[in-house]
Write a protein of this length. Structure first.
Lengths: 362, 337
């Protein structure tokens, strides 16, 4: 069976590349994953490995040619297979996964994906600096001799904010009808708690089930925390700032309510101590009180996962029996910190607690 | 302060030491004959007028004899300064130097000292394969010898004095293009390596290098003429924003490792420039030493700029190609960025 040799799509911006050279000639045997040809973008020169083992045939581009991403420039035939019996599809099937339109991925990462199978060279000096700075040098593209990562590359990477990694955001709409009802019922019983307090409680319960979500990333170091310190985004002096409620998992609903009230009063007065603004192991931003339906929460530094909460919207107004309340929630996290599937499960868990909040009281 | 050439500074150094110590004397071919040049490069010119032919001793053309006499004299209480007309002739003395001079102190358990000084001109100066070699590395490989390579007039006088007063055999290599020899002994393409030399007694300690130019981006180590090539390259590199630090070890054995290591720890890059053939050379030793002792500070491979592995050619265009030039040093440095 023939296998097409295709010019790889280099990220989201590059359509045309220059073929620099073939490592093999037509008729040569090539091993799968062996470097087959070199292409150049405006940013880098990259080896492309052979997609299969076999004989290189039908080479249609030569060194110096401009080639389009995803175009076929040769085929690889199994030994003994002839060109006529092999019917290579004329055009490459469009790959199903087109690159995700992430908000401006850093060029370093874009290239990194492609150069992954290549050996990365790093100078001893650069490596020492990267390691003492706890920086993952494997993600840096070198500009030194022979493409090696040198000191200036590490320094450049260090001076870049950590947001060079695109955060993942998951969003779901939840049914908050019971949450609204619970708050009303508690109020009737003389317990005044806000939605923020109930959400904090829910968050703590969900974290208990998914302790790996209670984590932060500093430099390249992931730390899973035992203590649960929840950062809440509050308005402080006309700015949104993270204010930290410590040991949230050690507190019941009443204590949480008292403490959030105190933090809110302090925030209003602009009276937040440094101790109250750092050390979050998880964060929550509720913009529902500002009338926002849904949004992408911005991860604070050092990066911990962040739950965004939108406005509780009433549907079917008037008819008490069918009246529903909906609320959008979003979870943002650094993919180096939390695996995507864990994030999905965690968000589902939070949604379930919102939809059945009495479970959180147990 | 008087300004002198290296040849003049050496002459002053010899004169002062011979006045200071009656055991000091010079021997060599044509170093004191009336109407002569004062050796091949004028270093001893006029000294026989002051000290006579017993202390400025002309010898037959027999390098093995010069070495033997010098070693014997040194072992028996004299402090000879042997003049080698061309460094290439050191090969004629190899047994005397490597097997006798270098080993005598060790073999006698320290009871015999060999305080001799041997001065030898090196460098390619359009004299072909047998009068143009740079032999320093051969002698840095022999335990028991000290090896000096002064590149300025100040260092030439100061190091010579240290060598004369040292209890061990010391070889001083001098570059023909740096002597500043005049008249019939002036060299084509010579540099004007004149410099201020204080009157009277001073020494430059053996084993101490010097930073000839400070910089933060790359360390260039040279010796003798290649110090000047390195400085020329540093000038050119500065125009492109690369600040090179140029180090002149001055003493090859014992080597001031720390001055090189300290510089490389700062710059992260090293280029060694030498006029000798590249293979198994002095540059290889510096590179190995830095790789062993400052590896984690290196930000680029270590580069050597040296002569190719052939004898020095006679034809001027070939020689120009052979000897490390400023352009080659610049290119080597740039390849590290």
């Amino acid at each position: 069976m023939s296998v097409n040799v295709v010019v790889p799509p280099l990220g989201t911006t590059v359509d045309t590349l220059t073929l620099i050279a073939w490592y093999k000639q037509e008729g040569d045997f090539v091993q799968k994953d062996e470097p087959l040809f070199v292409v150049e973008t405006d940013k880098a020169t990259l080896d492309v490995e052979s997609p299969a083992s076999g004989i290189l045939q039908k080479v249609s581009a030569t060194a110096g040619d401009s080639v389009n991403a995803l175009s076929r420039i040769a085929v690889i035939l199994a030994e003994g297979e002839s060109l006529t019996e092999a019917k290579p599809t004329l055009l490459v099937e469009k790959p199903v996964a087109t690159p995700i339109q992430a908000p401006k991925p850093a060029p370093a990462l874009e290239q990194r994906k492609l150069s992954l199978p290549r050996r990365i060279f790093i100078s001893p000096r650069a490596k020492r600096l990267a390691e003492t700075s706890q920086l993952a040098w494997q993600t840096i593209v070198g500009t030194g001799p022979e493409g090696a990562v040198v000191e200036r590359d590490v320094r450049a990477a260090l001076s870049k904010p950590q947001s060079a990694v695109t955060p993942i955001t998951l969003t779901t709409e939840t049914d908050a009808t019971e949450l609204v009802a619970l708050q009303a019922r508690l109020r009737q019983m003389g317990v005044t708690v806000s939605y923020d307090d109930l959400l904090l409680l829910i968050l703590v319960r969900a974290l208990r089930e998914h302790p790996k979500m209670n984590a932060s990333l500093e430099g390249n170091t992931v730390t899973h925390w035992e203590a649960v310190h929840i950062g809440m985004t509050l308005e402080v002096e006309e700015d949104l700032r993270l204010v930290v409620l410590r040991d949230a998992d050690q507190k019941g609903l009443k204590a949480l309510a008292q403490e959030t009230n105190a933090l809110k009063r302090n925030a209003e007065a602009g009276n937040i101590s440094p101790d109250q603004s750092q050390g979050a192991t998880f964060a929550i931003t509720n913009l529902g009180t500002f009338g926002i339906d849904a949004f992408t929460p911005v991860i604070p530094l050092p990066a911990c996962p962040l739950l965004g909460v939108g406005r509780i919207k009433q549907e079917n107004a008037g008819d008490k029996a069918t009246q529903r309340h909906n609320m959008w929630i979003s979870l943002s996290f650094d993919p180096r910190l939390v695996r995507g599937v864990l994030g999905v499960r965690f968000l589902q868990c939070v949604a379930e607690y919102i939809e059945t909040p009495t479970l959180a009281l147990i | 302060m008087p300004v002198m050439t290296i040849a003049e500074a050496l002459r002053e150094g010899i004169r002062e030491e011979m006045r200071r110590d009656p055991t000091v004397f010079c021997l060599g071919e044509d170093i004191g004959i009336p109407g002569g040049f004062g050796g091949a490069f004028t270093v001893t010119l006029g000294l026989s007028d002051e000290f006579g032919h017993d202390r400025i001793l002309d010898t037959p053309i027999s390098e093995i004899g010069i070495a033997g006499v010098a070693i014997g004299a040194a072992m028996t209480g004299m402090r000879p300064i042997a003049d080698v007309q061309y460094g290439d002739f050191l090969f004629c003395m190899m047994d005397q130097l490597a097997n006798q001079a270098a080993k005598m102190t060790y073999m006698s358990g320290g009871t015999v000292k060999v305080p001799l000084v041997m001065r030898a001109p090196v460098g390619s100066t359009r004299r072909g394969s047998q009068h143009a070699q740079s032999l320093e590395a051969f002698f840095t490989h022999i335990p028991g010898l000290k090896v000096l390579a002064p590149s300025t007039a100040y260092d030439a006088k100061g190091l010579l004095k240290s060598a004369i007063r040292d209890e061990n055999p010391v070889l001083i290599f001098e570059h023909k293009l740096l002597y500043g020899s005049k008249g019939g002994r002036s060299e084509k393409g010579a540099l004007t390596a004149v410099g201020e030399v204080p009157d009277g007694d001073y020494v430059v300690p053996i084993g101490k290098g010097i930073v000839r130019r400070a910089g933060k981006d790359v360390t260039i180590v040279g010796k003798l003429l290649t110090v000047y090539r390195a400085l020329g390259a540093a000038d050119e590199l500065a125009q492109e924003g690369i600040e090179a630090e140029v180090i002149d070890p001055r003493t090859l054995i014992p080597l001031d490792k720390e001055i090189i290591l300290e510089s490389v720890r700062k710059t992260g890059r090293l280029v060694v420039v030498e006029e000798d053939n590249i293979t198994h050379g002095w540059g290889a030793e510096i590179a190995a030493m830095v790789a062993e002792e400052a590896f984690f500070y290196l930000d680029a491979p270590i580069k050597r700029v040296a002569a190719p592995d052939t004898p020095p050619p006679f034809a001027p265009p070939m020689e120009e190609f052979y000897v490390p030039s400023v352009a080659r040093v610049v290119a080597a440095v740039k390849s590290l960025f």
